[in-house]
Design a protein around this ligand. Structure first.
Ligand code: PLP
Length: 502
């Protein structure tokens, strides 16, 4: 393909994407294919001769689209959002065109330096503690990882190596292997699967401690677990505190966990992949919800909105903090923002030197290869730069507030029907609900919705009860889509109640 063909092909592809996104509401949100569907549609071997790009664009509809779950559809309400915006898409195109690998400063100074500055911009936007800012003059700073899972693992491995070093200073007779075998990490039983996986990958015990009735990990629970483990001769070293759990958007009590971690010498990592927290808006028990609903709920809640900057009470105790712009900050996947209080710990833990990695001026800017798992890395901050400049802080704040308002609109519709129960406090864009009565009703409702494929919602359990999670995910979701979803849910519930003679 020569450059002239590339121009034509790329422009046609951009038009294809623009049409796809503009008309996405018309496509069924869920595919209707069975496993193996693709085998029938493409040859068993790669072509011998070059094909025409026009044929490939045609095949997008014939081959690929039937097997796509449309995450950007306004009818997608499952999991959490997969961010998408035009500025970020263009950022990806520019990044791919440049195709630099910025594992150290010299391999692309702009890649490192823009990331340092973008992470400070973002930290200021979220009003994170100053020690996370590179410009604070300390050893803190931010890095863009591929995922929140990587951030949790990187923090765990850094904390692990740091603990081994500290223990060996006091007990030189102990070897690293013996120390590692005694290490224990903690999180809550509500934490994302990636937290448990970090324990597996890091070969340490990861205890998922019981959360309270509002699905929050409390200080007393952590304290007791640390005490028990120390009595057994184990070495507690790492805690993952959650701000916005995947199941119900619950918020651990950072203000309780933080001082304990500090006192006991444990690294506290905050997993805020999706959401932010408000002391007053933490989950309340299902039945007392209606009476206890605080006033503050009338407004939106998000870290980037100034009126909610008190939401992260206790974050000053965090050694590392992770938040996914690729979920709800309009920066396309992958883009997971991680800040550390002391980057020296990462460098010490992960620095593996080779002569080909050295360069003039080394040490004057971060070499991000030490802050992550892989050596090579993408120029992720480019798309973030475009998003922050083209939306501006106000544009992003407006976006968050609109999304939260849509969730509130859905919540109001559910609450107005007394056959339904909103089971947790609505914080940000997630509404958890169920049908009153036995679990079976909600299970059947979810099954019907999944068979009909008009909207996509997923189920979860809360205090052993079957619930449905409804998340405002797509940038394209409007009030009419909220009403569409509610009508779909309500009408299917109607059929279930009718068949049950309820
Ligand atoms: N933490 C929470 C609370 C999440 O909801 C998720 C994913 O939804 C993750 C971590 C994992 O994020 P990632 O896919 O970026 O690894």
């Amino acid at each position: 393909m020569d450059v002239e063909e590339f121009r034509k092909f790329a422009k046609a592809a951009v038009d294809y994407v623009a049409d796809y996104l503009e008309n996405i509401r018309e496509r069924p949100v869920l595919p209707s294919v069975e496993p193996g569907y693709l085998q029938e549609l493409i040859p068993k071997e790669a072509p011998k001769k070059p094909e025409k790009w026009q044929d490939i664009l045609t095949d997008m509809e014939r081959v690929i689209m039937p097997g796509i779950t449309h995450w950007q559809s306004p009818h997608f309400h499952a999991y959490f959002p997969a961010a998408n915006s035009y500025p970020a898409i263009v950022g990806e195109i520019l990044n791919t065109g440049i195709s630099c690998l910025g594992f150290n400063w010299a391999t692309s100074p702009a890649c490192t330096e823009l990331e340092v500055i973008m992470m400070d911009w973002l930290a200021k936007l979220l009003d994170l503690p100053k020690h996370f800012l590179a410009s604070s003059g300390g050893s803190g700073g931010g890095v863009l990882q591929g995922s929140a899972s990587e951030s949790t693992l990187v923090a765990l491995l850094a904390a692990r190596e740091n603990t081994v070093k500290n223990v060996r200073q006091k007990h030189p007779e102990m070897d690293a292997g013996a120390i590692k075998a005694k290490l224990v990490a903690y999180s809550s039983d509500q934490s994302n699967s990636s937290i448990e996986k970090a324990g597996v990958l890091g070969s340490v015990i990861m205890r998922l401690l019981p959360s309270d009735e509002k699905c929050r990990l409390r200080g007393t629970t952590l304290e007791q677990a640390i005490r028990n483990d120390r009595e057994k001769g184990l070495i507690p070293f790492y805690v993952v505190a959650n701000l916005g759990t995947t199941g119900t958007c619950a918020f651990d009590r950072l203000d309780e966990l933080g001082p304990i971690c500090k006192r006991e010498g444990l690294w506290m990592h905050v997993d805020a992949a999706y959401a932010g927290r408000d002391k007053e808006t933490a989950l309340v028990p299902m039945d007392s919800y209606a009476q206890n609903r605080p006033e503050v709920l009338r407004d939106g809640a998000a870290f980037i909105c100034p009126e909610y900057r008190h939401l992260m009470a206790g974050v000053q105790f965090a050694d590392s903090f992770c938040f996914n712009p690729h979920k709800w900050l309009l920066v396309n996947f992958e883009c997971s923002a991680m800040w550390v209080k002391d980057s020296n710990v990462l460098v010490e833990a992960f620095d593996v030197d080779r002569i080909y990695l050295r360069y003039k001026n080394q040490g004057l800017a971060p070499d991000y290869r030490h802050w992550q798992i892989s050596l090579s890395r993408r120029f992720r901050s480019l798309k973030m730069w475009l998003v922050l400049r083209l939306y501006g802080a106000q544009g992003l704040q407006n976006y968050i507030r609109q999304q939260v308002a849509l969730a509130r609109e859905f919540e109001a519709l559910v609450r107005a029907d007394d056959r339904f129960h909103v089971v947790t406090e609505v914080v940000l864009g997630l509404v958890c609900f169920r049908l009153k009565g036995p679990d079976e009703l909600t299970r059947r409702l979810h099954e019907r919705l999944m068979v009909r494929k008009k909207i996509y919602v997923i189920a979860a359990t809360l205090h052993d009860k079957y619930i449905i999670r409804f998340v405002v995910c797509s940038r394209m979701t409007e009030s009419r889509d909220i009403h569409f979803a509610w009508e779909e849910i309500r009408s299917q519930a109607e059929i279930i109640f009718a068949s049950n003679n309820v």
